[in-house]
Each structure stands twice: as structure tokens, then as C-alpha cells.
Design a protein around this ligand. Sequence first.
Ligand SMILES: [Mg+2]
Length: 258
Amino acid sequence: MPDSKALSDFLDRLRPAPASVLLLDYDGTLAPFRVERDRAYPYPEVVPIIEQLVDLGKTRVVIISGRPVAEVKDLLHPLSGIEMWGAHGLERVMPDGSYHRSSIPRDAADLLAQAHKWVMNAKLTPLAEIKPGGIAIHWRGMSKAEAESIEARVTEGWMAIARSPELKLLKFESGVELRVSRPDKGDAVAAVLSESDPAAPIAYLGDDLTDEDSFHALNGRGLTILVRPEYRSTAAQVWLRPPRELIEFLQQWLRRMG
Ligand SMILES: [Mg+2]
């Protein structure tokens, strides 16, 4: 269950810390969901706070998203010069703009091509998002009955392909994604941790089932925060309701760094 002492203890550690690390999911965490996914802009208070945090130079801010990194960059415009991981950790852009993308095993790429073909034959292309290392089917905005019917079709259609150990079928809040088994968001968190001073306070904020890998990777070493209007069972230590409690948390972080 949520632990408010964990939150206040963490904030107490921030003020004297010479360095800190703020890890952020994007959709549902910094930005409200929208049926038009290309218009899911952040809450208006978010970008100025992150800009100030980056300017103060004591917080390494890192976005870790399931989206391709180019989309997150566009949605966070004019914010620039921060580290971003996209496609669940498959892509990485550094603050100086340099880009790295992990390669996908050949077998996994062939299976994803088969899954894409199935989507086209099933005439589900309008719901599909093809991204590095995965294919997502989105049903946000549909009725419960429609969503359930699509989920059943996709799960059935991809069943044989998804059995491969190279791939996994991820359920998220309003869709499913077939993608490479690794990396996941927890791998991105582990990579950032390996590069960070063990004494630096570090927190991760996320909303979705895919953020549970991050919570597990960080628990015991940093603060994990579920950002969500309603509570659900989670490995995160703390629960914040967006946008008000999220903005307050970011403002408190900024105040302690200033
Ligand atoms: Mg999210």
C-alpha cells in the first residue's frame, strides 16, 4: 500500500544532495491520455518545471517511454537537451542529441513481420502502431464491448507467434503490444542506475503495467511512484493522483534543488 513516509523521507534527502536522478514515464504520467495519440501533450505546468530542473544542473532528468523516442521529443517540444529512452528501452537519445538503438534478433524481426501481416489481413491497420521492436493495437475511446472483441481477436490471431521466447505480449491500459522480450523499461532503469552515483536520490514515476518492470528494478535503491487517478495493485511505494499531486511533487523537487 502507498507509503507517505517514503515520500517525505525522500524529499528530505533531496535538499542536501549535490546530484539527483528523476526518471519519468510519459503517457499517463506527464501527459493525460487522448484518443488522438499524436496530440497527447503534457500537463501545461510540466515542461517549465523540467526546464528549470535541467537548468539548475543538479538533476539528471530521464524520460523512459514505450513510444518511439521521436514522438516523445515532438510532444515535449520546446523541451530539449534531456535524455530519453524510447520503445521500452530499445532506443536512447542523450542530452547532446546522440542516438543509439539496440538491434533486434533476426528471429524476432521475422515474427513481428508475420504479426504485422496478420494485422493487415484482419483489417486492423487503423488501430495498429508499428514501432521499433513491436506492434501495438490501441482501443482507447472504444466501447467496452468493442475493446473486448478486438482484444479477443488479436490475442487469438497472435497466439502462436507470441509463444516464441523472443517475443512477449504486453497488456497495457487500452491495448496490447507484441514486442521483443528485452529490453524492457526495467532494463533502461538498470542502465541509468549503473551510471549514477549510488548516493544520489533517484525516483521513478509511471502509471502503466509496463512501468512495473521499472518499479521492480528501482525498489531498494530509489523511490517508486505510481501516477494514476485510481489506485491499483503495484510494486510502487507511493501513489500520486495527476495532475495536482504530480505537479506538487515536481514543484517540491524543484524547490529543494533551487
Ligand atoms: Mg505511461
